[in-house]
Design a protein around this ligand. Structure first.
Ligand code: GDP
Ligand code: MG
Length: 448
């Protein structure tokens, strides 16, 4: 099966080798997320998670087909934003082999870790005209590399932390113990809620349960409608449920802004088991093809795009990079990925990003001033700019406690102080040089 897609390829950004050693690929993360065209744009991140050979890469490749047919991307900028007409055939020609995220009909695993599509899509929002970036992520082999439910729940948690739309890909059913996957995410949410009384926002944006090979359409019909009824049923708390799963059930709605479920039919024998199946639509069972098309559209239509937020603040690609690197490094250094650590790291990253924004504001204001007169004038400009920067810090939405606010507020003041001292010296030098020049000129005139 060829992976040669004309516009992009999956890049492993977090790699897990057989000894469970995690490696973070900072170089490629930077290359993708700090691209000039997108680094300051808000971002949606779609990720798929689930067990090996569950048809995740296959589905992502159809996501890619939809994306390339409707949105321009960094590597395909000429693509005009497409019509989102229902009848448009974006699924490709009947026999067109599927390309993109490597997927194989054999049994050998391709890569293990988190893979990011290295081409980023752009969407211009209606009304504001603001352009946002859209990123696709595949988790490959993570769930099977680990054995315990705890590990699975943390890997799922990592997936949640790094995405705004997370699809949990499951086979045939939601098994009772699979709800354990959500435990880490719900614990994190509970933790965040306890600590920040200020915000009622949920920490995560969207979770979609996707059930493949659904075998019970008489009870719950295929698609999102049937799926949502089914999910409601699964999430109903009953007395005989394990206490920790009762807790998951109770807190899940407080963890995500949106939760839904989609039931997909069996794709047909060719898709499910043919050794040399190339991913083309011709071999799909027609009912599967119809439901797959409708599901992909439901996730990727402009009105359903969901921006990545942390503590209710939408992130830009460069801020997103800072955050995910933090999470990956935590995961790397401590495969336990404790909720407390992640929470602390999130506060640190968010505060540092905020401080940077405030400093940029301060810098922009002082450097706007030309022809400074004297030290007093310099101080006045500094004080005014500092007030604006500190107000910006004070009024921004923040995570954490009063102590955090104090600590990072002090850090901001200290950094502004340093910049001020340098800037003052620089300006005083200019003033001094100008004065010397004037004096020399006047001395020269007097001598004449
Ligand atoms: P991944 O490991 O989850 O990324 O799975 P792949 O996308 O590599 O797909 C594994 C196999 O499952 C391939 O042979 C696909 O053709 C097949 N497949 C794709 N979608 C489905 C589905 O909905 N049901 C079944 N039974 N097989 C599927
Ligand atoms: Mg795969």
């Amino acid at each position: 099966m060829s992976d040669l897609h004309p516009y992009g390829m999956p890049i492993t950004i977090l790699k897990l080798d057989d000894s469970k050693e995690a490696m973070v690929n900072t170089t490629d993360l930077e290359k993708i997320l700090l691209n000039e065209e997108i680094k300051d744009r808000k971002v949606m991140v779609l990720s798929l998670i689930g067990a090996f050979r569950g048809g995740k890469s296959f589905l992502l490749d159809y996501f890619l087909r939809f994306m390339y047919a409707h949105y321009p991307s960094l590597n395909n900028p000429k693509q005009v934003a497409g019509s989102f007409d229902n009848n448009q055939n974006w699924m490709g020609d009947a026999n067109e082999p599927l390309l993109g995220f490597s997927w194989s009909s054999g049994t050998t695993r391709v890569t293990t870790g988190i893979n990011m599509w290295n081409d980023v899509f752009l969407h211009t929002m209606d009304g504001t005209g603001e352009k946002i970036a859209i990123i696709l992520i595949d988790t490959q082999g993570l769930f099977d590399n680990v054995t315990t439910q705890n590990d699975n729940s943390r890997i799922f948690g990592l997936g949640t932390l790094v995405s705004s739309v997370q699809i949990l890909n499951l086979n045939k059913f939601i098994q009772e113990d699979q709800l354990q996957y959500l435990r880490y995410a719900t614990e994190f949410a509970t933790f965040t809620a306890l600590d920040s009384k200020k915000t009622t926002e949920r920490p995560f944006q969207k979770l979609t349960f996707l059930i493949r090979d659904w075998g019970n359409p008489d009870e719950f019909e295929f698609g999102l409608t049937g799926g949502n009824y089914f999910l409601k049923d699964v999430l109903k708390v009953q007395k005989d449920h394990k206490p920790e799963l009762q807790e998951v059930r109770q807190s899940i709605s407080k963890s995500y802004d949106q939760i839904n479920c989609c039931l997909l039919p069996y794709p047909g024998i060719e898709v499910a088991s043919a050794k040399n199946y190339d991913g083309s639509c011709a071999k799909m069972d027609p009912l599967f093809k119809k439901e797959l098309k409708s599901f992909v559209e439901q996730i990727l239509l402009p009105k359903n795009l969901v921006l990545k937020k942390i503590n209710a603040v939408e992130l830009t690609c460069s801020e997103y990079k800072t955050h995910i690197e933090t999470y990956f490094k935590l995961f790397q250094s401590n495969d336990i990925l404790k909720v407390q650590n992640v929470y602390d790291a999130t506060i640190d990253s968010s505060m540092n990003i905020l401080i940077e924004k405030c400093i940029n504001e301060y810098n922009a204001r002082i450097s706007n001033e030309k022809e400074l007169m004297d030290e007093r004038h310099i101080s006045v400009i500094h004080e005014g700019s500092k007030i604006v920067a500190l107000d910006m810090f004070k009024n921004a939405k923040k995570m954490g406690t009063q102590e955090h606010e104090q600590k990072f507020g002090d850090k901001l003041k200290e950094q502004i102080g340093k910049i001020f001292e340098e800037w003052k010296q620089y300006q005083l030098n200019i003033i001094k040089k100008n004065q010397e020049k004037l004096e020399a000129e006047s001395a020269k005139r007097q001598a004449e």
